[in-house]
Design a binder for this molecule. Structure first.
Ligand code: HEM
Length: 381
């Protein structure tokens, strides 16, 4: 058994898509020694895994893995518990006054913009990340985090630890980061602010699954921050590379355009499931107890589904990409991410001509692909 690819190699960090293309064509469901599982590359196979949660499960305890109780949440459980949790979270999410949330996030963005005009700055650490922290606090109805630097460092360690299967040294910092984020976030879940998501939760509605509900709220905060802050950089990068942000007419960053950027340069490149019963996938025989790693980002460039898949077409429609997942575990924050991108990042792009001042620095992560640094200079249009 050999490793069919090394997602943390310099080559793949710089550009994983040629490797995905090769595997999609030559070996679309292949064994990966280090990940000790199957890597799945074609759209049809990836969608099938996500759409069949009875066979491809999220609760790895079912194949004998040890999962610590703090990790049990809407993300890591299956029906019926996952359904119960998701149904309990949805009304809380719906109760959020989205217009106020967008307006408050706009105002936070305005303050950040005031501090960056007239100098080179890092879009990732000086705009996207602080903005994502503030927007998540606003969403939950919480005061701002005191030690934002520590919060962001912990989030980064957590994102790095998503690749612990490829680099064991990331396990410990990931555990410490999770512990810190739990102690930070847990007290908030029992407070009832006047507005925001936490004001709308009804913890009694989930009966015996209170702890899992609290874990799910933490997961929303963590996923919301890391996916959206990462995706803002990932959205800007190809637009800059195509020279679309420095001219007189900026592209409209509408929902079609943002979805295309998620398809082309998605933050969540892959997600895993455990195989509960023997099943055939893409011509391979999978056994109960196997692990599958579904490469959403490879599926999103499958020429069977997308015309000219490596091209950025900002008006691509239809665009059935898997960048927000699919099926019962699909992203709970898609509508929120879309509003932030179209209204807040859209306003940023409308307001300024944006020039890259040096090549971006890729974060050394594979599962959640993104940038550590994207230095730009802006001038008002
Ligand atoms: C552009 C930004 C975002 C991207 C690309 C993204 C992507 C994804 C993907 C691919 C999944 C499915 C993972 C899987 O199937 O295993 C997912 C799930 C999830 N996302 Fe997002 N997401 C984004 C923003 C957000 C935001 C803003 C929130 C919350 C405020 C959020 C909360 C969640 C939660 C809670 C889940 C787990 C749902 C479940 O397992 O039932 N995400 N996201």
């Amino acid at each position: 058994m050999t490793n069919v690819m090394d997602p943390l190699s310099a080559e793949m960090l710089a550009d994983p898509y040629p490797v995905y293309r090769r595997l999609r064509g030559e070996d679309p469901v292949s064994r990966h020694e280090q990940l000790d599982g199957w890597v799945v590359m074609r759209y049809a196979d990836c969608a099938r895994v996500l759409r069949d949660p009875g066979v491809f499960v999220s609760d790895f305890r079912k194949i004998g893995d040890r999962v610590t109780p703090e990790l049990l949440s809407v993300q890591t459980l299956d029906a019926p518990e996952q359904t119960l949790l998701r149904r309990a979270i949805l009304p809380a999410l719906k109760s959020v006054d989205l217009e106020k949330w967008v307006a408050d996030t706009q105002s936070a963005a305005g303050k950040l913009m005031a501090g960056i005009e007239g100098r080179e700055f890092d879009f990732v650490t000086e705009f996207a990340e602080p903005l994502a922290v503030e927007s998540m606090c606003e969403l939950f109805g919480l005061p701002f985090i005191d030690d934002v630097t520590r919060f962001r460092t912990a989030q980064r360690d957590l994102v790095l630890s998503m690749d612990a299967g490829l680099d064991r040294e990331r396990i410990e910092p990931g555990i410490r980061a999770r512990e810190y984020l739990s102690t930070l976030i847990e007290p908030w879940t029992t407070t009832h602010p006047d507005a925001g998501l936490l004001s709308g939760i009804d913890i009694d509605s989930v009966g015996e699954y209170r702890a899992e509900y609290v874990n799910s709220l933490r997961a929303i905060f963590v996923a919301g921050y890391s996916s959206s802050s990462t995706m803002f950089g990932n959205a800007l990068q190809p637009l800059l590379e195509h020279g679309l942000l420095s001219g007189d007419e900026p592209p409209a960053l509408d929902s079609l355009a943002f979805n295309e950027l998620v398809r082309l340069n998605g933050a969540v490149q892959a997600t895993s499931r455990a195989v509960l019963e023997d099943v055939e996938l893409g011509g391979r025989q999978l056994r109960r107890g196997d692990v599958v790693v579904v490469f959403l980002a490879a599926a999103n460039r499958d020429p069977e589904i997308f015309e000219a898949p490596d091209e950025m077409r900002l008006d691509r429609s239809p665009n059935p990409h898997l960048g927000f997942g699919r099926g019962v575990h699909s992203c709970l924050g898609t509508h929120l991410a879309l509003r932030l991108a179209t209204e807040v990042i859209g306003a940023f792009v409308d307001r300024y001509r944006i020039h890259a001042v040096r090549p971006p620095v890729q974060r050394p992560t594979a599962t959640m692909r993104g940038l550590d640094e994207l230095f730009v200079r802006v001038e008002r249009r």
